[in-house]
Design a protein around this ligand. Structure first.
Ligand code: FNR
Length: 181
């Protein structure tokens, strides 16, 4: 079984990013499993913790380390990556030389309540993943606009075209991940 860690860049209970991530995870094939990873419990990263880690850091790093791939689904905050997601990225990138992100294939998806689709967050996140040596799926890029109109009352994506597009993205991600596992 190929394990995909799902990291959502919003802690909000009704998060559109979380709903989008759940819809995307449901499109994975049977030999892939998605594990949603909690990032809301991580204390703000402080270099003084290196070698004296809070248990939450150790648990989070282990969850990423034991995964074969990572799927990031995030909103955009102030034209960039939400602080809570950057914090999680920093936590798992340290101590220096022991980043658990290293080499993990990844997918980046962004969403927004506007028609801008979180483009800024998507690309700022991609930039960090380049530095972290994570091979990121290049195409198709996943930008989802106008999220409040996306879901039905059961939090399922209404548009068949959007589901077909996301299926093509997940299929490409699966092929991408298989090159590394
Ligand atoms: C936002 N939002 C937002 N939207 C956007 O398209 N570009 C942006 O730069 C921002 N900036 C921003 C900053 C902050 C602090 C908040 C709280 C919100 C709106 C954002 O798209 C909206 O709140 C989404 O619903 C957030 O995603 P979740 O929480 O639904 O996953």
């Amino acid at each position: 079984m190929v394990k995909v860690a799902v990291v959502v860049g919003s802690l909000r209970k009704g998060s559109y990013s979380k709903k989008l991530a759940e819809n995307m995870a449901a499109l994975l094939p049977e030999d892939f499993e998605a594990e949603f990873v909690d990032i809301g419990n991580l204390p703000l990263y402080n270099e003084d913790y290196d070698g004296n880690e809070p248990q939450e850091y150790l648990d989070f790093r282990e969850q990423i380390k034991s995964s074969d791939a990572v799927m990031f689904v995030t909103p955009e905050y102030n034209r960039s990556v939400p602080g809570v997601l950057m914090n999680a990225i920093d936590v798992a990138s340290r101590p220096y030389g022991h980043s658990v992100w290293d080499g993990k294939p990844a997918l980046v998806a962004s969403q927004s309540i506007s028609n801008l689709s979180g483009f800024g967050a998507n690309h700022h996140l991609r930039q960090s993943l380049v530095f972290l040596n994570m091979p990121v799926l290049q195409q198709p890029e996943v930008y989802i606009a106008n999220s409040p109109e996306l879901f039905d009352e059961n939090d399922k994506i209404k548009s068949e075209d959007t589901v077909a597009f996301l299926q093509s993205a997940m299929d490409a991600f699966v092929d991408h991940v298989k090159k590394y596992v």
